[in-house]
Design a protein. Structure first.
Length: 749
């Protein structure tokens, strides 16, 4: 019988570790967290806000059987090793398991950073107690997120509508995306011109040079007339080389990956989402079946912000590099990357657990995307321990009258680390220059002026958003993936051609939070909270002190902000305009997707509503133009059809002028000024029946984004609908809609 029990999170990790420990150890999996904050106490918050933020934990639904099985396995064991992931979440899981199983002194914590035989056996020689400070840092973060989710989200429901949700860190990410979109909308492009000269040497070699200055000025050329003036000025002038400068550049190797740089590089090079990268990395860390070796962890722990490498890994890498690439590719001393400010140096960087397991050899054991990510990690690890690359850069200045042109070219002299990890775009890709000497005369074949315009800032993609979050100190390695996934899952942001675009709903949520909860949306405030959580983990601050300042501070605490916002949410702005249908006063209300409108105060008995305009403090009804007549009759009632605009997106559509008695409407096309109802294709049959009414299911398209979904053919009597996916054989598989209830949204914060 096994003397000891080892508890990890995942079955895959359990299977790999079991191979290395032998028969004296039983290995079981908790399958993630076993408890969470209750949603049955303290107004479903699960935290006593008035009594030191005391949390109430409850067993997660479905985990009672897991705990019972673990308790049974722990019975009679001398020691229970808690080998959950070596981060805050893993520490919290270990702490809660110890509490649920009442392990006491039998509990020992092991931090498995690489799941290899050597790594696991080494870890089990050096066990420790559960880190109370690290657990308390996780607990403080969890409570902060619960408070924001449960206290602020209901106000979003009141002001905007729907089961919306606010998040402490996710809201900052949303704010960055919205701010960038507004910068793009406000951007005014500025014209400028460039002038290129195509030059020929006496030996007949042709190369390009670009205008650097004219009459001593390096200012941008503002317009075509100025560009043509310069072109005319250099015509007939002698082009001569005035100076040549050549120098060698040592290009240092990149540091090994940390979580954020891996996510960014996988996004840029492989097109992976941040979430996909972390899921693949988790598999590579926990163990992959490698032939007769069985399951082996191929990379070290993937949630880290440290670039440190172990002495063993460095020594192994240097030996491998010398054998594979040659002695010149091994630097005299090991490369040591600089650890970033605030990095937690407990973990190594992300690297291959053995550099001997090359991407070529591992490819046959890995799925395609696993292999691509492993290769990326392996090559960066190898490159980080290789010699610098050496380039020779040549710059030549060429005079023509009062104009100075510059030509530059780079030649790779020594590949160095690039032999293992070629960059996506190398400096050696620039034009090579012919041999030039000071005083050489050159023939100008032509001068080419070209028009350009300044460009707005680029929209965020997942890689650039992670980079900005990291640089601002917002979030931590373990949170980037969930942050970016959450704002997309909530439909605050949509991804189009890799770019992250805020939706109208996202803009409305952001604007409300910025106005009523400035601290939550303040980047520096959120970064300071992250710094204080780090201090809690280091044992330098009490966990409840952060919560007290965040929630109860008399000047800026969330409690006061919520009370003020609740009063504001209940206030109704009344106008001096009377309803033209019932005579009651009209009031200002907000649309769910942003914007305001006038509504009758007699709602719901009177549903009159209209748009309005503000002129200072004065509110006036917006004068609307009469709808354009379409010149065709309604095919249902015979009344004239008119052209109207949808409020949601401003798109035009045909509507019966007999509305609301006749609600006939359709899309249309303009054919040489003539209005023609748009012919719609019959919806595709899905080959399955509705599970609510038994009628056939159809595949329809959403108006807002054209995305396909399953809908009952019995609509509108039956409104059953869901997402779906097409399988390889062409059949349709139903997917339940991801619609979180308010409780779940509050938990996720």
């Amino acid at each position: 019988m096994a003397k000891s029990l080892v508890i990890v999170e995942s079955p895959a990790k359990a299977k790999t570790i079991k191979r290395y420990l032998g028969s004296d150890y039983e290995v079981e999996a908790s399958v993630g967290h076993v408890v969470d904050l209750s949603d049955k106490t303290h107004n479903r918050l699960g935290v006593d806000l008035e009594n030191g933020f005391k949390p109430d934990y409850e067993v997660i639904k479905g985990k009672s059987k897991v705990i019972a099985a673990l308790r049974k396995s722990a019975k009679g064991k001398d020691t229970v090793y808690l080998a959950t992931d070596p981060d805050r979440e893993g520490e919290a899981i270990a702490w809660h398991i110890s509490q649920q199983l009442k392990l006491g002194d039998r509990a020992r914590r092991v931090l498995v950073r690489e799941i290899t035989k050597e790594g696991v056996l080494e870890t089990f020689k050096d066990t420790e107690q559960i880190n109370q400070a690290k657990f308390e840092a996780q607990q403080a973060r969890r409570i902060l997120d619960r408070i924001v989710g449960y206290k602020v989200s209901p106000l979003l429901w009141k002001k905007i509508g729907g089961n919306l949700s606010a998040g402490r860190v996710q809201s900052i990410a949303l704010g960055l995306v919205v701010k960038r979109e507004r910068e793009i909308e406000a951007f005014n492009p500025v014209e400028y011109w460039k002038i290129e000269a195509r030059l020929r040497t006496a030996e007949g070699e042709v190369f390009s040079a670009h205008l650097r200055s004219f009459k001593g000025s390096e200012d941008e050329i503002p317009d075509e007339s100025k560009a043509l003036e310069i072109v005319q000025a250099v015509e007939g002038e002698r082009f001569a080389v005035s100076s040549v400068d050549s120098k060698k550049l040592n290009m240092k190797p990149p540091a090994p990956f940390i979580t954020s740089t891996l996510q960014r590089e996988a996004s840029t090079r492989l097109g992976f989402s941040v979430k996909k990268t972390m899921n693949l990395a988790q598999r590579l860390y926990e163990g992959i079946e490698i032939g007769s070796e069985g399951p082996v962890g191929l990379i070290t722990y993937m949630r880290t912000d440290s670039v440190r490498l172990s002495e063993r890994a460095i020594a192994e890498a240097r030996s491998f590099i010398a054998d594979r690439y040659g002695a010149d590719f091994v630097p005299e001393k090991p490369n040591v990357a600089k650890v970033g400010k605030g990095a937690q140096d407990a973990h190594e960087a992300i690297r291959a657990t053995s550099i001997e397991r090359t991407p070529e050899e591992m490819a046959k054991f890995l799925e395609r995307d696993q292999a691509r990510l492993y290769e990326l990690i392996w090559r960066r690890f190898a490159a980080s321990q290789m010699s610098a690359a050496v380039d020779q850069k040549t710059t030549a200045d060429i005079t023509a009258g009062e104009a100075v042109f510059r030509a530059a070219g780079t030649v790779e002299m020594f590949a160095g680390w690039r032999a293992a990890s070629p960059p996506a775009k190398r400096s050696g890709d620039t034009e090579l220059l012919p041999a030039l000497s000071e005083g050489d005369s050159l023939e100008c074949e032509e001068t080419l002026p070209t028009q350009h315009f300044t460009k707005p800032p680029a929209r965020y993609n997942e890689a650039s958003l992670v980079k900005d979050l990291e640089s601002k100190g917002i979030g931590r390695p373990s949170t980037y993936a969930s942050i970016i996934s959450t704002i997309q899952d909530r439909e605050y942001v949509v991804k189009e051609n890799k770019a992250l675009n805020p939706t109208r709903l996202g803009v409305a949520v952001n604007d409300y939070l910025v106005r009523d909860f400035p601290d939550i949306m303040d980047e520096k405030f959120t970064a300071r909270v992250e710094e204080r959580l780090d201090k809690v983990e280091q044992g330098n601050e009490k966990w409840d002190g952060i919560l007290n300042d965040f929630y109860l501070d008399e000047d800026s605490g969330l409690k006061k902000r919520v009370e003020t916002a609740e009063n504001s949410a209940n206030e109704v702005e009344t106008t001096d305009i009377n309803c033209d249908k019932c005579g009651k006063s009209m009031v200002v209300k907000r649309r769910r997707l942003g914007g305001e409108f006038l509504s009758c105060s007699g709602y719901p008995e009177c549903k009159n509503a209209s748009d309005f305009e503000r002129d200072g403090d004065k509110i006036t009804l917006k004068q609307t133009e009469a709808p354009e007549e379409a010149g065709i009759e309604c095919d249902k009632c015979g009344e004239p059809m008119v052209i109207k605009k949808r409020r949601s997106d401003g798109a035009e559509f045909l509507a019966c002028s007999g509305y609301p008695k006749c609600k006939n409407a359709s899309d249309f096309e303009r054919d040489n000024g003539k209005i023609v109802p748009k012919q719609t294709e019959a919806p595709e049959e899905a080959g399955m029946e509705c599970d609510k009414c038994g009628k056939p299911m159809l595949i329809r398209k959403r108006r807002k984004d054209g995305a396909e979904f399953l809908a009952c053919s019995g609509y509108p009597k039956c409104k059953n609908a869901s997402n779906f996916e097409r399988l390889e054989d062409g059949s349709i598989k139903r997917i339940d809609r991801k619609r979180s209830d308010s409780r779940k949204q509050g938990k996720n914060g």
